[in-house]
Each structure stands twice: as C-alpha cells, then as structure tokens.
Design a binder for this molecule. Structure first.
Ligand code: 6CM
Length: 256
C-alpha cells in the first residue's frame, strides 16, 4: 500500500508533457525548485523583521534596495483550517478566479496557455499616486511538491510566478514593467485525524501557507510610499485570498 501511495505521489508531481517540451521549461524547473527551498528555509531572527501579525498570520520583510529602488523581500506564513494545499494553490493559479481576490490589478490577460500547469500572464496594476502605473508579465507554474512531504504532512503544492518576456506584450511607454518573483507553498495536515474507519472531512483539514515575494518596481517610485503601500496591501491580500478560498470550498467536495 505504501509503495502504491509513493508511486501515485510521484506521478502526480510530474510536470505535464507540453510544459517539459516548452522553451521556458529549464528556467521554470530551476526557479520553482529554488523558490521551494527558499520558502522552506524559515525566517531567521536578525535577518527578517516582523511587520504584520493577525491571528495565525505573520509577515516579515528585509529592507533591500537595488540601484536606489525598494525591492524588499517579503515572507509570510499563515495557517488556515478547512482547506487543502491543492485548493489553495488551485485558486491562486487559475485565471478564472484572479479578479475575485486580486484587488491590486486593473486588468489581467492570459498571453499563453502553455499547459494545464503553466500560464503566461500580463497584468496592469492599479496606479499608486504619484507614481507611474505598472504592468507585469510573468509565467506561473503549479505543481505538487516532489518528493512527498515529511511526516505529519499529507501533501504539499507550490505556485511559482516569475517575470518573463513575451512578443505579444513588449514593454510600452505607458507603464513601467515590474520584475517579480513570487511563490506560494501550501502544506496539508490532517488535524485532528478522523476516528478509525471514518472519512476525512473539512473539520480534519489544516493548511500551512508560506508566501514569498520580491518585487522590483522597475523605475522610480518614492520609497516611503512604496513601503507604506506594501505594509497595507500584502496583509490585505493574504487575508482576503485565504477567506476567499475557504468560502469557495466550504460546500464542495475536498480536492486533494
Ligand atoms: O502574488 C500576488 N498576486 C499574483 C497574481 O496577481 C502575482 C502578482 C504579483 C504582483 C506583485 C505586486 C506588484 C506591485 C505593483 C505596484 C507597484 C506600485 C509602485 C508605486 C508605488 C509608489 O504574483 C499578490 C500580490 C499582492 C500585492 C500587494
């Protein structure tokens, strides 16, 4: 039974064939694996500063500037109940739901559907006065984490977003293009386990979430305004997004 389960997990975490054959695959593989390692590293004291905390949610940042532009790495950890890692990453990845929870975006376009597990997006972000409006162009990849997770975890999934280029959306004079590296790692725990012989219900699900982001604003933006916007918007985003997934899932069968 154990061997069968391992084989199933191995095949589920294999990227799709169209993705492996795509020009972006070597980069997607390398960045996603690197992001997963980075997300799981934790938040070392003295390196990361806690800037927001509410319930189980903790948000940390490191203040960093590149060529005078604020590029503060952000790491957030959260635990929610009643949903699985697959459900969390499914709603984060799929374009159908993006505009339901993503309030910092004015417009989203799917530029290329590479495969069921990879999409190239173009987004126009809401303008923040007095700065120029920004856009972003990135590939987004979803996968179950392989090898299977540690003891105590049922399964783990990741979505990784990374800036890229695409002939259908060259940079224009209209927007400044941000450069982003974002990942969301989610891990299902069965807590408390159901009584012997009973099926798992949503009352037995707990999901640990790690969200990491590094955004280069791509051109001049006042540092104090940018940091104030991030301090307000990132906690808003994570609270809104996780509540959205809980609401979407409550009356649906569990998606493992
Ligand atoms: O990860 C998040 N959303 C994903 C889907 O949209 C995706 C997008 C990341 C965008 C990252 C932020 C771009 C910020 C652009 C505005 C810069 C304003 C500069 C002017 C300031 C004076 O990964 C959730 C992103 C939540 C962001 C708060």
């Amino acid at each position: 039974k154990e061997r069968l389960m391992k084989a199933r997990q191995r095949s589920e975490s294999t990227p799709s064939t169209p993705l492996i054959q795509h020009r972006l695959w070597p980069e997607i593989k390398q960045v996603s694996e690197e992001q997963l390692r980075y997300a799981l590293l934790g938040v070392e004291e003295g390196v990361w500063t806690l800037f927001a905390q509410e319930g189980e949610m903790r948000m940390y940042k490191r203040e960093e500037e590149v060529d005078g532009m604020v590029c503060d790495p952000l790491k957030a950890v959260h635990t929610i109940r009643g949903v699985t890692a697959h459900e969390i990453t499914h709603y984060f990845f799929h374009p159908d739901y993006r505009m339901d929870w993503e309030f910092t975006v004015d417009n989203m376009t799917v530029l290329e559907r590479v495969s069921e597990d990879c999409i190239v997006f173009h987004q126009i972000h809401k303008r923040v006065w007095p700065a120029t409006q920004r856009d972003s162009l990135y590939w987004s990849h979803i996968r179950q984490v392989h090898p299977p997770p540690d003891e105590g975890l049922h399964d783990s999934w990741i979505v990784c977003n990374q800036s890229t280029e695409h002939p259908e959306a060259p940079t224009s004079g209209k927007w400044l293009r941000v450069n982003l590296t974002v990942c969301m790692v989610a891990q299902t725990q069965i807590v408390p386990p159901p009584p012997e012989g009973e099926l798992i219900t949503r009352d037995n699900l707990q999901c640990k979430i790690i969200y990491c982001s590094v955004v280069n604003p791509g051109g001049w933006a006042p540092a104090s305004v940018l940091r104030a916007v991030y301090k307000r918007e990132y906690p808003r985003f994570l609270k809104r997004f996780t509540q959205y997934v809980i609401d979407q899932c409550q009356d649906k069968p569990i998606l493992f």
